[in-house]
Each structure stands twice: as structure tokens, then as C-alpha cells.
Write a protein that binds this ligand. Structure first.
Ligand code: COI
Length: 356
């Protein structure tokens, strides 16, 4: 499928940075990237691993005007035995196709996508950090490259994969973050693109996020766009609450991204016999649970964020502090388990890892 992957070594490779130092998130990039093109009539072709560097496109390329772009986020880990593994890459390949379908981007063979990721990670395997909490973040994305200003699906695309050694997504690390519950702006509506990983969703979230920062909040928790009542997601994470012993998370309404970490967390909770339900949760439910003392924990889940405790929710100008602003027991257990599986400390019981 699509021919074999050509590898062009980087003759001007950057020296490997000290991966034990603070890496931040998405600031450093490895020496190679994967690229493959699509043209109507020719299909996806010319898969290649080439030196990492700038790409050049016609200023009329459709991605610059109409935002026809989708992406994925996934990670490679270095295990205790020095093996490099990917976490559930098949799920990312599937979701990439779902997102592409929503934006009229041609589908790709999912097994090939996983193979391309494996090959690229193999080439830059030295960049997979070992330090606790670190990983190699992998960012596959597709952009519309046809140079034409008419509004219709592009007839040309590039599929690119870049990689970045990273630490925790939030500056707070595993410390609880403050979240602002957004009452004015909306992220998505039914029938929109909220359940697809499209670039525009993130552009549209920036204004509210900037305002949230002014309130000392790391992120925004979105409410449904119609009633401004039901919790959706944070944008960089799905959300979970432990209320009176039960774990709840908003059901996939059509405007929420189906997180791979979200699915893994639900799976783990069920395995542990902890009651977990996916349902509509209103902000009033949370206010009530906070008032009567049954809001035990709140946390977000995502590839970049892993499992991040929420220390307080700012709603209508009043902060609702969760678990005294401290890391809860359940969050800690989930974090330790998921990162334990990823770095080979715990057995991969559910077959979530793929060796590179
Ligand atoms: C991820 O968790 O991988 C994401 O894509 C979220 C964010 C960094 C945009």
C-alpha cells in the first residue's frame, strides 16, 4: 500500500539534547519527519522520511484560507527494559480517518499510518526520553495543499508526522490546575466539528483560553452551546468527576472529542470495579455536589495531559475548590497505572502497547 517508505537521512542532524533536562512541551523537534502526498487521481503516494525542516507551500494553498486540516496526538515511551513502545496507535489512526472524513479529506490505510509512525520513531529512537513523566510526543497531521481560492474540498494534501520529546503538558505538572467554566463562548455544536480533531476547533478556543489565563486558570471547561448547561470537555482533555463514590464523565454527545486516554480510563475503572458512567452532567450537578460535599475529585484526561487533577473550577466568578486543591487518591492511582503500563513497570494486560 502506497509503496515502501523512502528514508533520506539528515546529514545536518542536530546533536541530541540532554533529555534528562526540562523539555517543556512541544518545543524541541527530532531530526526527521514523515511526509506523504495526495493528489486526486493518484491517491496517497511517495511516503518518505526526510530531514526535519520548513515546508514550502503556495500562499493560495487551501489550508491557509479555509483551515482544511486535521491532526492527532500520540506518544512513544521508553520502557524500563529500554524498549520503545507506542500507546494504542491503532486508535489514533482510526480517529485520524474519522476526522478526515468530517473535513472531506481522503481516507488513509490505518495499518500503513501505524507503520509510518513506527518507522519514523525507529529512525529517531534516540530522542525517546527515559526520565519519569517524559515521552516522545508524535504529531501526525494532514493539510490541504491545493492552490485555489474556491471553497470546496482540496484535490491535494500532505500528510506529515513530526515528533517532540516532552515533559508534562501543564506547567503545574501533576499539581492540580484551575479551570474556568466558560459561560459565553462555545467550542462546538451538534453537527459541528467538535468530535473531530480539526485544527479550527483549537483556533476557536484561544480567545476564551486567553481570558481564562487572566483569571489564573490553565484552561476552559466548555459547556454545550445551546443550553449553556451541560459539561463538554476542556479542549486539551476530557473531564471526569468523582461524586459520592461514582465516577462520571460527559457522554459523547457528538460535539466532544472521543479521547483515547478517556476510553482507557473508563476501561481501567471498570476493571477495578469502580462505578463509572458516561452521561449528561450539568454545571448545576457539579455546583450541587460541591455544596453538599460529595464532589470528591475532578480530573482531565488526554494524550498530552495524561491524567491531570483539577484543583478548582471557576464558575460565575466563584471558585469551587475540589479535594482541598490537592491530588486525589483516584487520580493518583489512575496516573500511576496508566504511566506504569506505558513505561513497562506494570504488565500490559490490555494489549495497549505496540513495540517499535
Ligand atoms: C493531545 O492530547 O494530544 C492533544 O492533541 C491536545 C493538545 C495538545 C492540543
Amino acid at each position: 500500500m502506497y509503496g515502501s517508505i523512502r528514508i533520506e537521512p539528515n546529514l545536518h542532524s542536530k546533536p541530541l539534547p540532554n533529555l534528562d533536562e526540562n523539555l517543556g512541551f512541544g518545543k524541541l523537534f527530532t531530526n526527521h519527519m514523515f511526509m506523504m502526498d495526495y493528489e486526486e487521481g493518484q491517491g496517497w503516494h511517495d511516503p518518505r522520511i526526510i530531514p526535519y525542516g520548513p515546508i514550502s507551500h503556495d500562499p493560495a494553498a487551501m489550508v491557509f484560507h479555509y483551515g482544511q486540516a486535521v491532526f492527532e496526538g500520540m506518544k512513544a515511551f521508553r520502557t524500563e527494559n529500554d524498549e520503545v513502545v507506542l500507546f494504542r496507535p491503532d486508535q489514533n489512526a482510526k480517529r485520524l480517518n474519522r476526522s478526515s472524513e468530517r473535513l472531506s479529506i481522503p481516507q488513509m490505510d490505518e495499518e500503513f499510518v501505524v507503520r509510518a509512525i513506527q518507522e519514523l520513531v525507529r529512525v529517531d529512537a534516540a530522542w525517546v526520553p527515559k526520565k519519569k513523566g517524559s515521552s516522545l510526543y508524535i504529531r501526525p497531521f494532514i493539510i490541504a495543499t491545493e492552490a485555489i481560492l474556491g471553497v470546496r474540498p482540496s484535490m491535494k494534501y500532505s500528510f506529515i508526522i513530526i515528533m517532540s520529546p516532552v515533559d508534562a503538558y501543564y506547567d503545574e505538572g501533576l499539581q492540580p490546575i484551575n479551570i474556568l467554566v466558560e459561560s459565553y463562548y462555545a467550542r462546538s455544536v451538534q453537527g459541528g466539528t467538535g468530535n473531530a480533531k480539526v485544527a479550527g476547533n483549537y483556533a476557536a478556543s484561544l480567545k476564551a483560553q486567553t481570558l481564562a489565563k487572566e483569571h489564573n486558570c490553565a484552561q476552559v471547561l466548555w459547556l454545550d452551546a445551546i443550553e449553556k448547561k451541560y459539561l463538554e470537555e476542556v479542549g486539551s482533555m476530557n473531564v471526569f468527576f468523582k461524586i459520592n463514590g461514582e465516577v462520571v464523565t460527559p457522554s459523547l454527545s457528538g460535539s466532544i472529542l472521543e479521547g483515547i486516554t478517556r476510553g482507557s480510563i473508563i476501561h481501567l475503572l471498570k476493571e477495578w470495579g469502580i462505578s463509572v458512567s458516561e452521561r449528561k452532567i450539568s454545571i448545576d450537578d457539579i455546583v450541587q455536589a460541591h455544596a453538599d460535599g460529595t464532589l470528591e475529585e475532578a480530573f482531565g484526561t488526554g494524550t498530552a495531559a495524561v491524567v491531570s487533577p483539577i484543583g478548582s473550577l471557576l464558575w460565575n466568578g466563584t471558585p469551587m475548590v475540589v479535594n482541598h486543591g490537592e491530588i486525589g487518591q483516584l487520580v493518583e492511582r489512575l496516573y500511576t497505572t496508566i504511566t506504569g503500563i506505558q513505561c513497562g513497570k506494570l504488565p500490559d494486560t490490555f494489549d495497549w502497547l505496540l513495540k517499535v
